[in-house]
Design a protein around this ligand. Structure first.
Ligand code: NCD
Length: 315
């Protein structure tokens, strides 16, 4: 296989068919396509649409821990009639020293689509460039997590009826969380008002915010102390301890940083509290019982959303 040609072929395909064969970054999907994916998700969720991908195989290659992304990709694929190939790094030839690229080049020949998660930024793009099958990024380091963003946008639209013009507060580790980076881009596409709140030193990279600002005229406020009263959506994520150079620093921030039920006393009654999960201790457990807490519902939307994504990539 000529891997330079693979990239050219994928680009031509995307121009001719108006569809992108890979989903590596939320940048890869235009607003129209996002809206179409969210509409299909709604129909699948309401049992008004079935996805038939019988005879196709999804390979899941997760080089980093995962519960929701991997299992919901697998469950979604099975619900589309697909079969699953689960690559497990710890019992694979990776242990003999085989490279990531050789692994992808091999598995590409065994499946019709690949869902890949890896701790290094750029790894999913690299995988796509050596695979002649659609690659979907299940999270590459602190960079991007496009299907999580689609779930988040779907969850917001589902609980608030719209995204445009909403006040969305993102709270957590803006420096390392790929969910936050992807979501800022997605929310900016829909013209939401975004407030970013993070512990000192964990702010989002200003170069990334500049890029989003240039494209969409990002409406963003940056803060170190949250004001919950004007938020329509509160999106929390954990401190990404595994991406810190100093584990003690991660522990210190983790101990300091927590949303308590009492903090939400002035919050809007119809506030939607979202979280990509896993949550560790950044959100007091009594918040789980509040009607505003929508994060488990959000995790379950992963199924119809990923079914819609598989159809989008494999149609
Ligand atoms: C997130 C991830 O892996 O980036 N989890 C997920 O996919 N639902 C969030 C996190 O790990 O904090």
């Amino acid at each position: 296989m000529n891997y330079g040609l693979v990239a050219v072929y994928k680009t031509i395909f995307s121009i001719v068919y108006g569809a992108y064969m890979d989903l590596i970054s939320i940048r890869d999907v235009g607003l129209k396509d996002i809206e179409a994916i969210l509409d299909t998700t709604e129909k699948i969720h309401n049992k008004e649409h079935e996805v038939d991908l019988k005879g196709k195989i999804l390979a899941t290659l997760f080089f980093e821990p995962s519960t929701r992304t991997k299992l919901s990709f697998q469950s979604a694929a099975m619900r589309c009639g697909m079969e699953i190939l689960d690559f497990l790094p710890e019992s694979s030839s990776l242990k003999k020293g085989e490279s990531f690229v050789d692994t992808i080049k091999t598995v590409t020949g065994y499946a019709d689509a690949l869902a890949v998660r890896h701790p290094k930024e750029g790894s999913a793009r690299l995988a796509a460039s050596v695979s002649n099958k659609p690659v979907v990024n299940g999270g590459d380091g602190g960079n991007q997590h496009p299907t999580q963003t689609l779930i988040d946008l779907f969850s917001i639209r589902k609980s608030k009826g719209r995204i445009k013009g909403l006040n969305v507060t993102l709270l957590g580790d803006m420096k390392h969380a790929r969910t936050m980076r992807s979501l800022v881009y997605g929310l900016a596409m829909f013209n939401a008002n975004i407030t970013l709140v993070s512990p000192k030193g964990l702010e989002m990279d200003p170069r990334y915010l500049d890029e989003v600002n240039k494209k969409f005229g990002l409406n963003v406020k940056i803060d170190n102390t949250p004001n919950y009263s004007d938020a329509d959506v509160l999106y929390v994520c954990r401190i990404q301890a595994e991406r810190f150079a100093d584990p003690y620093e991660a522990q210190r921030v983790q101990e300091e940083f927590r949303v308590k039920k009492a903090d939400l006393k002035d919050a809007k009654e119809d506030l939607a509290i979202l979280h990509p999960l896993p949550k560790i201790n950044e959100i007091e457990s009594s918040i789980d019982e509040m009607p505003q807490a929508k994060y488990f519902e959000q995790a379950h939307y992963g199924i119809p959303l990923r079914m819609a994504v598989l159809e989008y990539l494999l149609r």
